[in-house]
Design a protein. Structure first.
Length: 99
């Protein structure tokens, strides 16, 4: 089963690298990543789709992300669960409003 986490991060590759390295180090399987620049200067909306196992739940992944510097407002993404998302990294340079 795939679950998606949404987080607001400081804009830039540093926050993206910290998040992905933390999840990989804790043995989460990342299925897809989408990073969109927000209207609010200096922040991006990051959505990460992970494979959820019985021992590594989405709550555990969210707890690990809360420990990272420059990561804010972490929650489970309730919209489209990105079931058909290809396992690729996509950084979208569009401007979107962060909620």
């Amino acid at each position: 089963m795939y679950k998606t986490i949404s987080a607001k991060v400081e804009h830039g590759i540093d926050a993206l690298v910290r998040v992905t390295n933390t999840l990989r180090r804790k043995e989460f399987k990342i299925r897809g990543i989408v990073m969109e620049e927000c209207e609010i200067g200096g922040y991006s909306d990051l959505r990460i789709t992970i494979e959820e196992y019985s021992n590594l739940g989405i709550e555990q992944a969210m707890m690990q992300l809360r420990k990272i510097i420059n990561v804010y407002e972490i929650e489970e993404f309730k919209g489209n669960q990105m079931k058909d998302m290809a396992p690729t990294l996509e950084i979208v340079p569009s401007v979107a409003a962060c909620e």
